[in-house]
Write a protein that binds this ligand. Sequence first.
Ligand code: ATP
Ligand code: MG
Length: 429
Amino acid sequence: MGLYLQRCLFFTGCPFLVATGHRSYCCDVTLWYFTHQNSLSLSLLHSGNSSGDFNHFPGDPEFGDIIQRAEQAIEGGVFPERISQGSSGSYFVKDSKGKVLGVFKPKSEEPYGHLNPKWTKYFHKLCCPCCFGRGCLIPNQGYLSEVAASLVDTRLGLGVVPKTKAVYLVSETFHYNTIDRAKSRGKKYALEMVPKVGRHFHRVGLPPKLGSFQLFVEGYHEADYWLRRFEAEPLPENIRKQLQSQFERLVILDYVIRNTDRGNDNWLIKYEKPGEGEGEKVSCAIQIAAIDNGLAFPFKHPDEWRAYPFHWACLPQAKVPFSQETRELVLSRLSDMNFVQDLCEDLYELFMADKGFDKTMFERQMSVMRGQILNLSQALKDNKTPIQLVQMPRVVVERRRTGGQGRVVTLGTAFTQTFHCKRPFFSSW
Ligand SMILES: Nc1ncnc2c1ncn2[C@@H]1O[C@H](COP(=O)(O)OP(=O)(O)OP(=O)(O)O)[C@@H](O)[C@H]1O
Ligand SMILES: [Mg+2]
């Protein structure tokens, strides 16, 4: 389908047609969307306990295979294990041998989800609703923020976010309410006792949960751990450059998606000391993984009271201007309006699949993201450092509504920029 036609369809709000685009990711998302919409009525007709009917990744068989291994492990009794730290329900999902395959974060167990397993969060929400959550984020879409961060990472060729997709999983170790558990037990009992009646049940097991599934990366430590070690034992120059380059990719990701939760516990570093004389052979001895991207894509800039600064801005790496390598990697894409518009469209296809999707709010999210991209492109052109980047005035780039011309707009004339010069009150810069 031609780009123009795709865009027209997008602006006329026809997601089904737009979603038949040429990119394989779109296929995944489309299928996931259709599955999400229709599978509840189709696949639940099977009286199984599996989530397999929901998960289709035709554009990415490798990922599909991993999910299948996870499902088989669950069926064989190797259940996902809840990660004890954290503010919501997150699980290490394993294969049948107990090897961790990924991290699953169900939508229903997010801080705003109705099945959040953390009592502290429940009371916080109940007793102090005005301080709960982040006022600039759309609540209960953390799993999509995780998936969208992975999409942005891929589109920009950054390679710092472990692959993340929306997946359905079911496991008795997930947090279900007593009604769901009682219903499931009752149906199983009925199926055993009166198979004739039991066959009429749409589903016997617990309901599958929709959430983000991020591939597990091995051999990584929290950034804090390595950064302290590097202070004590400085890195060889070639490795220091690699770290700098990876760090810049993290900065670009966080800045574009306006991550509000990038503490030094939410990015990981893997460092394998090259052996004697091996230095030249190892292409990238140090790597960064940007995990926990569920609190990004705000619909407005964080306000003066709660600025949610990027914690990496305090690091010495943030005082170095962006390298030529990084500029070459992203600048041409970021300053291309067609690229940015395509990215917005891909994100639209992703976010629209959520039950709580609101197009107006989505447009506001994209206005913030376009503003971030505008600042970032300028900073890269001007040889700025990450610290200088975060000091730039915040900007939103809104798509102007053009009444008489319908929703098909001419690129280049349809956007308005608004600058906010007020500095945040609580800020590290
Ligand atoms: N993709 C991954 N690969 C390897 N380890 C991971 C991955 N994702 C998460 N972890 C590990 O699990 C821990 C918790 O993950 P994460 O921070 O994403 O969960 P969370 O429930 O959102 O926690 P919090 O709310 O405290 O930030 C991380 O500190 C990290 O050690
Ligand atoms: Mg975390």
